[in-house]
Design a protein around this ligand. Structure first.
Ligand code: C2E
Ligand code: MG
Ligand code: MG
Length: 588
């Protein structure tokens, strides 16, 4: 007989999630058969919990549980052997039991034993009269108990095994990670995630070959993984085309990576669909019992996504990259709320100066986001994230609304300046964009010539014909167009010439480097003269020192912007700054 292991037994019982679940007909059917075979009114599937016998199924029993103490079912569970008690009152172990006190005299029970040999409880029959059981009745009870066990295991497996791959699924993976956290906490392990195909490849495959395509791919991959991992190391089928497993303990990292590369090679070549599989592997370390199973899987998935950029097709989880991705996602998610909240978004204004006279001729509106938790977030960070999404529309709309509102107010105060507003590439594909801007201009009493829209060089490269059409509309309406960050894109001048822009803003990187050497200065000088020859007004961005300002002035650059003149300012500060400058110029 196996040595009795109560904690292992209880663990097996808990793992099956049977206790305190509602009765089900599949068990009741077996219980009824047991009662008929013995021609007795009472039968039950009884599970032995730490302190009680709990009845999963019962015929003729009023209680859902009785104390474990002195319950014959507990003895069946502990011994995993059948027990027959012809008369409880005659048996010193049970004469004072709860059952006996309720008038039960006869007991027969067959063990419910798991594959691993743990006794969970008993299928039992009870009689109110002393009685004996025949060998054939006991054989039948044993068979029925095994049917109960098969039913229990079947129910447990249901929803835990993937029907296509035959592998344990994500539910089981999470449970097993939880168990590992309990059995062996605080240990660093590695989870490996295999992604068979990217989303695009899958949809293409299904379009051409039908959904069988995925099934076959998954089955072949599962077979390969089973073969490679062996019976003792399970692979889990965690998502449609993803598998996960744990790296063995104490492996040499380099050797293991080579092993994974071999696995990847096999996955890519071992099946019918080798010409399309583009498998990737992500590896992520975690500490057992510390990270949540869902997070363990997520980090491995994130590493698999990063594997797209690696030569080997294997990505190793990096916390810094993951944090960056998470922050991007968070910002994207929360920017929508910011748009609704006047506390979070505001504009600041940076003066633009005529270099020859040093008079302020305009201001650039720059968006500022104060996140309630994260504080100030730079537009250089959040604009690239949101401007490729549908949020670009409402963002630009609210910048224009705020900016033109401010410009209208300043104009009324007699401030003679223009305003530049940055727009995103996607704005140019909004069919009503030009119309809406005209509406805002009207609403705030601002003439079109006072507004300038800044589009980056790369933005106008994206959707050319539509973009040009919109820009032409603006130009015809009298609104200025500036090419922002000039020199950083890869556009040809021939192309830029087709845009109705009249202003180029030389990117601050060129201006910053000007003081480094002759070559850098020659570059800026050429940019200025070439732009002039093509008929553009030239603005230099990022002028931080008087020397740079003077040099640019000497080179004939028309206008400039930069910390040397002023940092971007809150509207009220801008007004004060502007008033001060005007005084200086009036006095001069
Ligand atoms: P940008 O349009 O090229 O704006 C100029 C950026 O340079 C601003 O950064 C400004 O604060 C900064 N700057 C100005 N002078 C100096 C200087 O002397 N030295 C240095 N190092 N920097 C200087 P900011 O405000 O962080 O904006 C970054 C970018 O975010 C902008 O570049 C623009 O592309 C984008 N952005 C800002 N506001 C908006 C907006 O309302 N809509 C859109 N679509 N984009 C915006
Ligand atoms: Mg700009
Ligand atoms: Mg710029």
């Amino acid at each position: 007989m196996k040595t009795f292991d109560e904690s292992g037994r209880l663990d097996a019982l808990r793992r099956l999630n049977l206790l305190d679940t509602p009765p089900s007909e599949s068990f009741d059917r077996i219980t009824r058969m047991a009662s008929q075979i013995f021609d007795l009114p009472i039968a039950a599937v009884s599970l032995t919990d730490s302190d009680r016998q709990w009845f999963k199924s019962r015929v003729g029993v009023a209680h859902t549980s009785i104390p474990r103490d002195a319950a014959p079912c507990a003895a069946v569970a502990e011994s995993t052997e059948t027990i027959v008690v012809p008369d409880l009152l005659q048996d010193p172990r049970y004469a004072n039991s709860v059952l006996a006190s309720q008038g039960v005299r006869f007991y027969a029970g067959a063990p419910l034993t798991t594959r691993e040999g743990f006794g969970l409880g008993a299928l039992c029959v009870l009689g109110m009269e002393p009685k004996t059981a025949t060998a054939s009745q006991m054989a039948a009870l044993t068979d029925l108990a095994q049917m109960v066990m098969a039913q229990i295991e079947l129910q447990h497996a249901f929803g835990r095994v993937d029907p296509i791959s035959g592998l344990a699924n994500r539910v089981q993976f999470f449970d097993d990670l939880d168990d590992l956290g309990r059995d062996d906490p605080g240990r660093t392990r590695q989870v490996v995630l295999v992604e068979l195909a990217g989303h695009e490849q899958l949809t293409e495959g299904i379009r051409v070959l039908g959904s069988d395509y995925v099934d076959t791919m998954v089955q072949e991959a599962a077979r390969t993984l089973r073969k490679l991992l062996g019976a003792r190391r399970p692979a889990y089928h965690v998502a449609a085309t993803q598998f996960a497993f744990l790296a063995p303990l104490d492996t040499d990292q380099q050797a293991y990576m080579a092993q994974l590369a071999g696995m990847l090679g096999l996955l890519r070549t071992d099946g019918t669909f080798r010409f399309v599989t583009n498998a990737k592997i992500g590896v992520a370390p975690f500490v057992t019992g510390e990270s949540s199973p869902a997070d363990v899987l997520r980090t491995a998935y994130s590493a698999a996504l990063d594997a797209r950029f690696s030569q080997t097709g294997i990505g190793i989880y990096a916390l810094a990259e993951d944090n960056a991705h998470r922050r991007r996602f968070l910002l994207l998610e929360e920017f929508g709320a910011a748009l609704e909240d006047p506390e979070q978004l505001r504009l600041v204004y940076q003066p633009r100066v005529d270099l020859a006279t040093r008079r302020c001729v305009g201001a650039e509106a720059l968006l500022r986001w104060t996140h309630p938790r994260l504080g100030e977030i730079s537009p250089a960070e959040f604009i690239p994230i949101i401007e490729k999404t549908s949020l670009a529309r409402s963002t630009t709309a609210s910048v224009i609304e705020m900016g033109l509102g401010q410009l209208g107010a300043w104009r009324k105060q007699g401030m003679d300046i223009n305003l530049s507003i940055n727009i995103s590439a996607t704005n140019l594909s909004e069919t009503d964009f030009a119309q809406r801007i005209q509406l805002y201009l009207l609403k705030h009493g601002v003439r079109p010539e006072m507004l300038e829209l800044e589009v980056t060089e790369s933005a106008v490269m994206e959707d050319t014909s539509r973009a040009i059409e919109q820009l032409v509309t603006f130009d015809e309406a009298g609104i200025g167009i500036a090419i922002d960050d000039f020199g950083t894109g890869h556009s040809s001048l021939a192309y830029l010439q087709r845009l109705p822009a009249k202003i180029v803003k030389i990117d601050q990187s060129f201006v910053r480097d000007m003081m480094l050497g002759k070559r850098e200065r020659t570059l800026v000088r050429s940019m200025i003269s070439l732009s002039h020859e093509l008929g553009y007004c030239v603005v230099a961005e990022g002028i931080e020192t008087s020397a740079t300002g003077d040099l640019l002035t000497a080179m004939g650059c028309d206008e400039g912007q930069g910390y040397y003149f002023a940092h971007p300012m809150e509207a009220a500060d801008f007004e004060r700054w502007f008033a001060g400058e005007s005084l200086v110029h009036a006095a001069a």
